[in-house]
Ligand binder design. Structure first.
Ligand code: ADP
Ligand code: MG
Length: 326
């Protein structure tokens, strides 16, 4: 009896040793993604990673507002005209997005997208848009004008010219789905980095937790710090990549849906939450809400915390986060 136990425990140890880490980097949703899994060999890892990539490409086809063939584009084309029948998955994503608008008093709003021809952050903007243009576009923004018909799984944007976009939540959602798929396939451990939206599960083969680096917004070559992540998501939204400068002022790619102007004051927001989708949406929202309202709102949501860096380089964090000075 005793020997049997010994053999059994040896088997487990050997199994643990034979696991390795495999990584693939690729472009998805216009951004850099990285998928890392722990698997016994490269063939198994390749198969799992390919499945995860396929899943994320499938999601991109559903939620992309650039792809004219996506259901999302179909909803946008029919704004002010008629309701569009969509897959349950997209319907539910929109339903959750509207819930997040309520949670953030409208700071998070997928209908911000009707502003995307006014503010462009790809280097093409030469001058500040005039206030009339901003006013006319922001009049079309408003999550309360998205009508959901749950029975028919239909979505209607009530005003013509309205538009939805998943730029602030799509990568988080895709990361969550890829993680779920990998877990369901029996991958015991891994980490997905969807361009700063990170979600991990399990431990590294050596038993250590996965580590995530937070970029220093004042010097993006340097990490602000690294932290361990075992279960759950860490999402960093920064305005050090996509922004424009007019008259010496930096305008971030996150728009305040209430004014139509880009948010300012913060340079980086990191949110910890059980799901990447929630963390992604909240990181974007904190940019709009600002430091004080943002910290207060996060404190009210169980299991969620954040680190905020303002444009003077000062760091603020939720009470449960302990910052060790580097
Ligand atoms: P990143 O994509 O750089 O990680 P975020 O997750 O913060 O950054 O998302 C920013 C993107 O979200 C913008 O590029 C835009 O597509 C979209 N967006 C901008 N403002 C809002 C807003 N107030 N609510 C929802 N989405 C927004
Ligand atoms: Mg976001």
């Amino acid at each position: 009896m005793k020997r049997l136990v010994v053999i059994f425990s040896m088997l487990i140890t050997t199994y643990g040793w034979s696991q390795n880490t495999f990584k693939r980097s690729l472009m998805l949703m216009g951004s850099d993604f990285e998928i890392t899994v722990v698997a016994p060999d490269s063939a198994a890892a390749d198969k799992h990673i390919t499945n995860a990539v396929n899943e994320m490409e499938r999601i991109e086809k559903l939620i992309s507002s650039w792809d004219p063939d996506s259901q999302t584009s179909e909803i946008n084309r029919n704004a002010g005209k008629k309701a569009v029948l969509v897959d349950r998955e997209l319907f539910e994503l929109i339903e959750r997005a509207l819930g997040l608008s309520q949670l953030t008093d409208g700071a998070f709003d997928i209908t911000y997208a009707s502003m995307d021809h006014i503010w462009q952050f790809d280097g093409s903007m030469q001058k500040m848009p005039n206030s009339e243009e901003v006013k006319a576009s922001v009049a079309k923004v408003g999550y309360k004008n998205v009508e959901l018909d749950k029975i028919n799984s239909a979505v209607y944007l009530k005003r013509s010219g309205m538009k939805i976009g998943f730029g602030a939540i799509g990568k988080g959602y895709a990361a969550d789905r890829a993680k779920k798929l990998l877990r369901d396939m029996g991958v015991s451990s891994g980490i997905i980095n969807a361009s700063g939206d990170i979600t991990a599960w399990g431990l590294q083969p050596n038993g250590a937790p996965w580590k995530v680096a937070i970029t220093n917004p004042m010097d993006k070559q340097k990490a602000y710090g690294t932290l361990p992540v075992t279960e759950g998501a860490v999402v960093t939204s920064g305005n050090y990549e996509k922004y424009v400068v007019f008259n010496g002022k930096r305008y971030s790619h996150i728009i305040d849906p209430r004014t139509g102007y880009p948010s300012n004051g913060l340079v980086s927001v990191t949110v910890f939450a059980p799901k990447a989708e929630l963390a992604d949406a909240l990181a974007t929202s904190i940019f709009v809400m600002g430091k004080t309202v943002g910290l207060n709102r996060i404190a009210q949501i169980p299991g969620v915390s954040c680190i905020i860096i303002d444009d003077k380089g000062t760091l603020f964090a939720s009470e449960e986060i302990e910052i060790a000075k580097l």
